[in-house]
Structures are given as C-alpha cells and as structure tokens.
Design a protein around this ligand. Sequence first.
Ligand SMILES: [Zn+2]
Length: 212
Amino acid sequence: MPKTDPIAEARLAICEVGRAMWQRSQVAANDGNISVRVGDQVVCTPTGVSKGFLRPEWLAVVDLDGAQIAGERPPSSELKMHLRVYELDSNVTAVVHAHPMYATMMAIQGRDLDCRMMPETIVALPKVPLAPYATPSTKAVPDSISDLVLNNTACLLENHGALTWGPDLITAYLTMERLEYTAELVWRLESSGGGRDLPDAEIEKIRRLFGV
Ligand SMILES: [Zn+2]
C-alpha cells in the first residue's frame, strides 16, 4: 500500500473545503483563509487567491512560529490568528476564517450569537462570542481572540467576519456552516416578528441528555 503523506492530504483537503466555502458564498473574491496543523507544521492558504480556485502546490507550509518551509506562495496575512489558536489549544488541528453574509452582518452590528431556539444549536454551537475589532494582519488580531479559544469553537470578528476551529478540517468547516445558518435564521426571524427560545427547562434537559 502506498505511504500517505499527511501534508499532501492536508493540501488537497484545504482545496476541497475552499471550493465548498466559495460555492456557498462564504468568501468573496480573495477573502478568507484556511489552515491545517500536521504535527509541528501548518499548511495554510496563500495570500491573495480565491478559495474557490486553489491549487495544492500554492499552499504554504510553515512552522509553528510562521516561518515558511514549503509552498509556491506566501501564507495568508492572517496566519498569526491561526497560529494563536494552535498555540492555545493543542487539540485543534484546523482553523477556518470566512466572511459569510449573515454572520458578518452581525459582526458589523457588534453582536454575539446566543441561539437557544433549536436543540441542534444548543448541543453543537451554544454560543458564538464577539472578538473585538482589530486591524487586519496586525498582532492585535490574534490578541483579540485569545480569551475565546479554549471555551468555544467559533467567534465573530467585529466589523470583519467569522472564525471557527476544531479537531479536524471538516468539523471546523461544518461549524462555519452551522454558524452562518444560525446567523441567517436569527436575522430572518428578527425581520419577521421574532423567534421564540426553547423554555429553560427544555434547554437544561437537552444539555443533560447530550452532556454539553
Ligand atoms: Zn477576513
């Protein structure tokens, strides 16, 4: 059986997820970035490229300090944000950043997301805090998310977009998908008279049943 190369696999998986994000309009033009940690190396999308048209060889491979080891193009200018998540939680091996429409509208309004309307959200994405605004590509961006990494799997980035992370790339990507779905649901409900939260007793029951 041929030996698998985890870096090559990560390159392909990132291209696949990039295309899915682009097809779902989560990233416009060259927006967004994706990374996967493989041991003490990180495979990251390059700067200035649409996530819908990535080529595996373009992806940058860096060490945990951000020094480039391989790849035809330099890594995303937001690599520092990804590296901070890996530094703070050793269980995380994938980070996804996107600008999905509804999540980004809420981030621009300066809101966080606390969805208590549906069992799925209470189990899988009980809260999405808001990280304070920070100028892109500066150290202020990783600093703005530091307090949120350990107890969450997603956050909104004020006046910017959304960030998700997880134990593998598909999980981090699906968290972004659920975040955007939830943000759209809340937005549409508010525009049509408002939604109703589940009663507190039911929320407690769900939490006990699913151990969350
Ligand atoms: Zn962004």
